[in-house]
Design a protein around this ligand. Structure first.
Ligand SMILES: Nc1ncnc2c1ncn2[C@@H]1O[C@H](COP(=O)(O)OP(=O)(O)OP(=O)(O)O)[C@@H](O)[C@H]1O
Length: 500
């Protein structure tokens, strides 16, 4: 067998008392796409962040092209041909797409101290075209682009001619089918060129269809590797799940009933709302209803979520709760509306605050008595949520920034469920959570519906929309194109034709 491109031997990583990695051995070869899977907090991002120079291991060694590998920074790793797209959004605001792509590499276009912007813009345009990203303009300001486009721009940023290892950390989560297909094409081409891809995802079907090899982590240890011949066996999904969790958790994710009835009472109403490119949108979300929204990138469904929470002010029309206008996020919270954003680090959690502070934040006004909040009560509430969601952390005082991505998502969910919000707007609610937690989140959503709460779920995942919604509204080009009611017969194909 040929030599690995990157070899990791007995790698350990401790964060204080947390042992994130325990003597991990894993190798990455040319011409392979190796998936890394494991439950939230099992150590996937820790491995890739060490390979890519973001942090140092506590113990163990790495060899890159047979030489000892000890990168001091991400910039150094990139210079040597290792590029990583981080789990959270990491583009730089208020500069152009081209400037984002070549951030830190302006010297490529600088002569006698002067940056040749035209040359840089041309290079960025060519690169985007080469990657098949035709809808993004290199000279545009980055702020114009949404989460999904920014992920594609982040991939372009990694793509130097001499790139040898491309690391994608949950890059395909929370992006549309179109976007995902583009990422798959880039990965497959990269592999065909004899390079190496490390691919992290919680979507086992995606892993099976895209990866040539797989390594499974549990509690900071490698518990199994799958070779190409294992990847297409009938029991591969069960095998992966059993390795990850220690038992087969089955695949009964979604609610089983097909009863879409709910109260006639309206919990939230869009009345001829126009905002940005979105024109005259009207719909009602009922008490006890799970209303799903589906569409491609740029269909307008994400603006609906933002407007529903008062993050966007309509140019025309109004968003109403019990007949009153939802003016802004603060007003939305007082009206018992919660919002789980997919832009986790920027909008969903306060990174520098603890789990406890994040969880109780929207509930402070409810918890206050004579102007004070009882710390014991805060602790009790946050501990209960931490247990319910199995948030992997030392205790409720741990700072959210130090949690794994999926565990941050659980905190984002817990904020609103602990407040007992009556209406929750969920954008990609299961983004980055592992299969076990996904099951519990869906169960919770169903319980909430049964308790008369209302959920507006914006999702890129058709199975999730079909599996959980009472009603699904499909959007295309900022307009509503179709509405479906829950039914056993409803298929992805039925829906897709109204999205494209
Ligand atoms: N800076 C840090 N300080 C303290 N603990 C940390 C830090 N970074 C990571 N950890 C811990 O290390 C463990 C592994 O985290 P890691 O991000 O590698 O998990 P993951 O497998 O990528 O999870 P996910 O699927 O949720 O993204 C977790 O328990 C996490 O809380």
């Amino acid at each position: 067998m040929h030599e690995p491109l990157m070899k990791i031997l007995k790698m350990s990583k401790n964060f204080g008392p947390t042992k994130a990695l325990k003597s991990v051995d894993v190798s990455f070869y040319n011409g392979e796409i190796r998936g890394l899977v494991g439950e939230n907090g099992s150590g996937k991002s820790t491995i890739t962040s060490i390979i890519s120079g973001m942090q140092r291991q506590s113990d163990g060694k790495m060899y890159f092209r047979n030489a000892l590998w000890q990168p001091q920074s991400m910039a150094e790793a990139q210079k040597f041909g290792i590029g990583m797209v981080l789990q959270e959004a990491s583009t730089i605001k208020n500069v152009t797409v081209a400037e984002n792509i070549y951030a830190g590499n302006f010297d490529l276009f600088t002569k006698f101290g002067i940056l040749d912007k035209n040359k840089m813009n041309r290079a960025a345009s060519e690169l985007l075209k080469k990657l098949g990203i035709n809808h993004i303009n290199a000279t545009d300001m980055i702020n114009k682009y949404n989460y999904e486009d920014c992920k594609l721009i982040e991939i372009a940023r990694c793509m130097r001619d001499d790139l040898e290892i491309l690391i994608l950390d949950e890059t395909t989560t929370a992006i549309s089918h179109e976007g995902r297909d583009l990422v798959y094409k880039i990965m497959q081409r990269f592999k065909q060129e004899g390079k190496s891809v490390i691919f992290i995802s919680h979507d086992i079907n995606e892993i099976i269809s895209q990866c040539t090899h797989l390594s499974v982590l549990r509690d900071g240890q490698i518990v199994g590797h799958l070779e190409p011949e294992d990847m297409h066996k009938n029991d591969v999904v069960q095998r992966i799940r059993t390795l990850m969790v220690g038992r087969d958790i089955g695949d009964e994710y979604y609610r089983k009933d097909y009863d879409y009835s709910c109260s006639p009472d309206v919990a939230l109403e869009f009345n001829n709302v126009s905002v940005g490119d979105l024109k005259r949108i009207s719909f009602q979300l009922h008490k006890g209803e799970i209303l799903g929204f589906g569409g491609l990138n740029g269909s307008g469904m994400h603006i609906i979520a933002r407007a529903a929470f008062g993050l966007e002010t309509p140019d025309e029309g109004e968003v109403l709760r019990h007949g009153q206008i939802v003016k802004n996020p603060h007003d939305a919270i007082t009206k018992d509306i919660g919002f789980i954003s997919k832009n986790r680090d920027e909008e969903a959690v306060v990174l520098k605050a603890s789990i406890l502070e994040n969880i109780v934040l929207p509930s402070l006004s409810q918890l206050k008595k004579f102007g004070f909040v009882n710390p014991l009560k805060e602790k009790k509430i946050s501990k209960k949520e931490m247990n319910f969601y199995s948030i992997k952390a030392r205790n409720v005082s741990q700072i959210v920034n130090t949690l794994s991505g999926g565990n941050k998502q659980k905190v984002s969910f817990a904020k609103w469920t602990s407040r007992n919000s009556e209406v929750i707007i969920m954008v990609c609610p299961t983004r980055g959570v592992d299969v076990g937690v996904k099951q519990s989140m869906y169960k919770l959503m169903y319980q909430m519906k049964k308790q008369g709460k209302s959920i507006l779920m914006i999702s890129e995942e058709l199975p999730e929309l079909i599996g959980m919604s009472d009603r699904i509204i499909i959007m295309k080009n900022n307009e509503i194109t179709k509405e479906f009611y829950r039914s056993e017969q409803l298929s992805e194909q039925d829906i897709i034709q109204y999205m494209i």
